[in-house]
Design a protein around this ligand. Structure first.
Ligand SMILES: Nc1ncnc2c1ncn2[C@@H]1O[C@H](COP(=O)(O)OP(=O)(O)OP(=O)(O)O)[C@@H](O)[C@H]1O
Ligand SMILES: [Mg+2]
Length: 159
């Protein structure tokens, strides 16, 4: 189990570049669960992660609005969930979420607290905290995902 990594981002661009470094290390069936208030930068971070996963400029990342999930194509399939609108797990079950979480792609989940009980044990948790208008404290918890442990040396100094 690896210790958490705390990064301070001072702009949306810094958050995107952090996401990119994370995305470069991800591989199926990794699940990234994002926790943080409105406007804390979850979707901004997803933009970087998707870029790091090799998706081209053609992939326009934004929160899914009428569906719970957007799919992008990078080195692997990428499943981007935004669960703000769900109130219980029933909507998720209809989606057959396990096919995504334990499938052939990388899953990224905004508002992951909504489905805390069914999140896979092996996952990367990322918590975003608004410090002020431009500053975010971003905490990464790679859990048991050993292929992400190099994030510690890459980002640890940025604390
Ligand atoms: N350091 C920063 N990192 C990320 N976003 C920032 C930062 N500073 C300012 N912002 C602004 O904060 C907003 C973050 O919006 P974003 O949609 O990424 O948040 P979110 O957490 O996905 O919100 P929601 O819960 O509504 O989906 C953007 O308007 C962005 O420009
Ligand atoms: Mg969002």
């Amino acid at each position: 189990m690896m210790q958490e990594i705390v990064v301070i981002s001072k702009s949306p661009e810094e958050t995107i570049s952090l996401g990119k470094r994370v995305g470069e290390l991800l591989r199926p069936p990794d699940v990234v669960s994002l926790f943080g208030d409105f406007g804390s930068g979850k979707t901004c971070l997803v933009q970087g992660i998707v870029e790091g996963l090799g998706a081209g400029d053609g992939e326009y990342v934004r929160s899914p609005s009428y569906t719970l999930m957007n799919q992008y194509v990078g080195m692997f399939p990428i499943y981007h969930f935004d669960l703000f609108r769900i109130n219980d797990l029933i909507g998720m079950e209809e989606l057959d979420y396990e096919d995504y979480f334990y499938g052939n792609g990388v899953t990224i989940i905004e508002w992951a607290e909504k489905i805390q009980t069914v999140l896979p044990t092996n996952r990367l948790d990322i918590r975003l905290l608004i410090i002020d208008e431009r500053v975010r404290e971003i905490t990464l918890l790679p859990g048991n995902l050993e292929h992400l442990f190099s994030l510690h040396s890459q980002l640890g100094m940025a604390v």
